[in-house]
Every structure is written in C-alpha cells, then in structure tokens.
Design a binder for this molecule. Structure first.
Ligand SMILES: [Zn+2]
Length: 109
C-alpha cells in the first residue's frame, strides 16, 4: 500500500503520543497547542549557524584589519586626511577580502 503525503505528514503528538498532522495547530486527541513539540535545531542547522557566525566574524575582522592597515599607511604617507581616506579604502577592500576568505574556507576547509 502506498502512503499518501498526508499520512507521511503524521507525527506522534509531543504530549500524548497519538498521531497528529505535522501541520496541525493543535492535537485532535489531547488539544496540545504544540503537537510537534518545541522546535529543536538539528545538528546540521546548528553547524551551519555556527559557520555563518564565523563568516560574519571573519568579514568584520578583515574589514577592521584592512581599515587599520589603511589608516596606518595613510597617516604615515599622507597625514591625518590620508589616514581617513586610506582607512575607508581599507574597509572597502576588507569586506570582499573577508568574503573571499569565507568562500575559500568553504571550498578547501
Ligand atoms: Zn496529543
């Protein structure tokens, strides 16, 4: 017997264990408002979330680092206004640089 999509959607109620549709707002047997139980992140989701967090940190770190280098370089070579200009350029370069680091880590790491 082939299972219909509706049957495949049936899960066990988090509260009473009875069959309840995954998309149901409440359990028909016990009236539980959360028949699917509290949402739990899967391990893959957690890992992806951590990776994204790390990517954000890399992006920020690269932007700050390049901005700092530009600021330092500009102040040495041009003066205070050069520091601001080179700092901005550094930040603009740092964001895509961080992005490249993120992508290469995903490809090779
Ligand atoms: Zn129930």
């Amino acid at each position: 017997m082939k299972r219909s999509p509706a049957q495949r959607e049936l899960i066990n109620c988090h509260d009473c264990g009875g069959p309840v549709s995954f998309s149901a707002l409440a359990c028909p047997a016990c009236g539980s408002r959360e028949p699917a139980g509290p949402y739990v992140q899967s391990r893959a989701e957690r890992r992806r979330h951590r990776a994204e967090e790390k990517n954000d940190q890399t992006l920020l770190a690269m932007a700050v680092l390049c901005c700092g280098i530009g600021f330092f370089y500009g102040s040495l070579m041009v003066g205070p206004w050069g520091a601001i200009g080179y700092g901005l350029i550094g930040a603009i370069i740092g964001v895509p640089a961080g992005f490249i680091v993120n992508v290469s880590r995903r490809l090779f790491g």
